[in-house]
Design a protein around this ligand. Structure first.
Ligand code: COA
Length: 353
């Protein structure tokens, strides 16, 4: 695509479409407890999770992304965009990226399409990337999809991780608009600390450790996480990033009507809200019914809240995320009046279990 002349300074990306999609198969804590040495009570008390949706064998991240992307385009009332960005840690393949395939399946062949890899911070990084394309005048409209199928990389016999993660996709459409209108995204705070690489990792399959055969190689292809340390980082990094964003925007904590953290674990979300001094009523959460869905978690939580009318036009919303890398990021926006928002599942909502 050709790059137009320098855009005006008040040009910004404005949220105008939102949707989510969850694979139909629901796996409850009871079902996991029949197979793993765990219990519904343990999972609920440590994570607040009651159930999650898992992809069927053969269902890939792009399949979920296409469903969410199609619904987000419908929510925005548009059928074309200039770019498709897919934030994911579970791309269909290590090469090529998943976004071009998603764009093609949505009838958007020819548009710019690329993946963003920032693990569970992927949606916020993707939002900054999409907003940058629009603010720079490179694109008028962008479809951003956060999609992950962690069930394809989590060892089903690993009780520490199998209880936490779910599969899903959430998507937003951003259009060019003005920085002071509802839905305009920004300010942003983004950060990373690669010294924490080993806390969240899939060891094999990349250039450091290529694919191999045998049981050890299989283990190295599984997702590994040092849960206790990750927990501490998730709380401190999201809290600090949220504060940094408020400072950039010259806002106080009390100015925030809704905080939407990456849905890692309910205890983490409560700690972030507490540390910021925000009452838990302002916390948006659907982790109880979907688990941690990686890059999909923030847009799925937003789509769920919008469909249930627990987030309202004019409210000031703070998004904050933390993930492998380590990475973290936050973003502010005033919630826009969206024309259409459906529950992120074709058979109904994602009520807390
Ligand atoms: N059921 C029952 N027991 C379990 C279990 C399960 N599903 N998973 C682990 N345990 C056991 C452990 O083996 C350990 O047993 P031990 O004391 O005999 O060794 C015990 O429970 C405590 O394990 P620990 O890891 O200390 O538990 P925890 O209270 O830290 O909870 C997590 C584990 C994973 C739930 C928690 O660390 C966590 O939520 N971390 C953050 C994960 C996250 O959100 N990651 C995404 C961020 S992007």
């Amino acid at each position: 695509m050709s790059v137009p002349p320098t855009p005006p300074h008040d040009r910004a990306a404005v949220l105008c479409g939102l949707a989510g999609w969850l694979p139909p198969r629901v796996v409850t804590n009871e079902e996991l407890s029949r197979r793993l040495d765990t219990s519904d009570a343990w999972i609920r008390s440590r994570t607040g999770i009651g159930r999650r949706h898992l992809a069927e064998p053969g269902q890939a991240t792009s399949d979920l992304a296409v469903e969410a992307g199609r619904r987000a385009l419908g929510s925005a009332g548009v059928d074309d965009v200039d770019a498709v960005v897919v934030a994911t840690t579970t791309p269909d393949r290590s090469c090529p990226a998943t976004a071009p395939l998603v764009a093609d399946r949505l009838g958007l062949t020819g548009v710019a399409a690329f993946d963003v890899g920032a693990v569970c911070t992927g949606f916020v990084y993707g939002l900054a990337s999409a907003a940058g394309l629009i603010a720079a005048g490179v694109a008028e409209r962008v479809l951003l999809i956060g999609a992950d199928t962690y069930s394809t990389i989590v060892d089903p016999d690993d009780r520490s991780n199998a209880i936490i993660f779910g599969d899903g996709a959430g998507a937003v459409v951003l259009r060019a608009g003005h920085a002071d209108e509802p839905g305009a995204v920004g300010h942003f705070d983004l950060g990373s600390d690669g010294a924490g690489e080993e806390l969240i990792m899939v060891a094999a399959g990349g250039s450091r450790q290529r694919s191999g055969t045998g049981p050890v190689a299989l283990r190295d292809h599984h997702f590994a996480m040092r849960g206790k340390e990750v927990y501490r980082h998730a709380v401190t990094r999201m809290t600090a990033s949220a504060r940094a964003t408020l400072t950039l925007a010259d806002h106080k904590v009390d100015d925030i009507d809704r905080i939407v953290p990456h849905q890692a674990n309910l205890r983490i979300l409560h700690s972030v809200a507490d540390d910021l001094g925000l009452p838990t009523e302002r916390l948006v959460s659907n982790v109880g019914s979907v688990g941690n869905t990686g890059a999909a978690s923030i847009p799925l939580a937003l789509a769920d809240a919008a469909a249930r009318r627990t987030i309202h036009a004019g409210e000031r919303v703070l998004l904050t995320a933390f993930g492998g890398g380590l990475t973290w990021g936050s973003c502010l926006l005033t919630w826009p009046a969206l024309a259409r928002t459906d529950h992120p599942h074709h058979t109904g909502g994602t009520q807390e279990p």
